[in-house]
Design a protein around this ligand. Structure first.
Ligand SMILES: [Zn+2]
Length: 144
């Protein structure tokens, strides 16, 4: 069994990381049927399921409260992208969010929303002031 040191503490088996992040991944999997019915696709990359479709592109564009929407979004071990190019372009950033989901498990989404609220309240911005996003941008820069 492959092991890793994702959480910075004791070595956590891969299966445990998938199970801990599963509540987030299950939300992401709800988008899987849309890849069949709205001309999309799915692909496993490094243990992460990447999905894109017309419906997913619409959700990322119209339902994410950012100017112009989002290019991609991570839900556990599922990453939603507007198209294959967006998934490739954002991969390093989204993989940091995958590791965050592995660390925070079912608490990831509430903690992310709390961090966005904190960023909004402090004036740093709900996106760029969000601790999870700052860590993802740092990780993205370290990859490039
Ligand atoms: Zn991000």
């Amino acid at each position: 069994m492959e092991v890793g040191n994702i959480v910075g503490g004791p070595v956590t088996p891969r299966l445990a990381r998938y199970l801990w992040a599963a509540p987030n991944s299950l939300i992401g999997l709800l988008f899987l049927p849309s890849t069949l019915f709205t001309s999309g696709g799915c692909r496993a990359v490094d243990g992460v399921l990447e999905l894109h479709s017309g419906f997913i592109a619409w959700v990322l564009r119209a339902c994410v409260p950012l100017p112009g929407g989002a290019a991609a979004m991570t839900l556990g071990h599922v990453v939603l992208g507007r198209d294959p190019q967006a998934l490739a372009r954002t991969r390093a950033h989204e993989r940091v969010h995958v590791r965050q989901c592995e660390r925070w498990g079912p608490g990831f989404i509430p903690a992310y929303l709390l961090a966005s609220t904190w960023g909004l309240v402090t004036g740093a911005g709900m996106y760029h002031g969000n601790w999870f996003e700052r860590e993802a941008f740092e990780g993205e820069r370290a990859e490039t």
